[in-house]
Design a binder for this molecule. Sequence first.
Ligand code: SF4
Length: 365
Amino acid sequence: MQYVDDYRNSDRIRILVQAIRKEAVHPWQIMEICGGQTHTIARYRIEEMLPPTLGILHGPGCPVCVTPESIIDHALEIAARPEVIFTSFGDMMRVPGSHTDLLHLKACGADVRMLYSPLDALVLAENHPEKEVVFFAIGFETTAPVHLMALKEAERKGLKNFSLLCSLFAVPPAIEMILSQPDHKIDGFLIAGHVCAITGNEAYHAPATRYRRPMIVTGFEPVDILYGIYKCIRQLERKEARVENAYKRAVAENGNPEARQLMEEALEPVGREWRGIGLIPASGFALREIFSAYNAEKKFPYKGQTKTHASAVKGEKHCIAGEIMKGNKQVSDCRYFATACNPQQPFGAPMVSAEGVCAAYYHYQ
Ligand code: SF4
């Protein structure tokens, strides 16, 4: 197959659905951990194609959704400084900290700008030497190398007024945390192919063996997702539990060596709080000390003085996103879904973010 249409082809989808129906004898619950996969599943109504005994759970695969209030509060504090141009992907603009969000701060006069790439922030830093330009570097292993490329470019150009506020997460420790819950319901995983395209598959072998769960490296188009589900069901029905690459056109076993080397050079593992879930040891990345000149956390230490004018978090206490992301609940279990909580008045980050599970079900179903 050569073109993206091949991976949305209805004949291929039909063949895979038939193969899954034939293979799935027992009831199984499979978790995917990627906002892109969540959206494909919702958009193409993949769950409706599957046997009713086969459940799909949506794990913590949206970086916007898991970025904790504490980091957003720090972002707000930095963005409120008069000497700062604060830059971010658009998705983060409406995600609430403990009291407000970046969009509200922008409306109050702060210089907050939406960008498509951290490299655009470098251009701003070059054009505004009198300002400090900070980029909100959020994401999983997938996006970390892009942020680090910007950092290295800033270093090469000798830019002193550019820094990253890092909220970077690692997927494997989150899987371990989910599987260590005594009453979890997950039988197998679809692993996000773009994460493995960077890191390779190595980190998943140990949890697959330890918890006896198949882990299928999976792509993002409907044919990819159904193929990943098929591979997972095959292993489950045969009582196998190993890592299997169902996305070979993009993922090499050892990932992208250059990107891995860059991450190794610039990042160190740290404990990270995941919004709605809590602290997971070694589940995040921070800039190493040698790059502290580009570390906004160090440049602008948090003083806990964010002043706000309005509460942006109406209803978050009712939000069950954490339980959804741990696989203990479904979006349909939330009584506020598409009623009190909607994209215009979100209670939680998964309704704000374009990659969030609640926004996906709201838009497509
Ligand atoms: S629908 Fe809203 S309140 Fe319910 S889990 Fe999703 S974000 Fe939270």
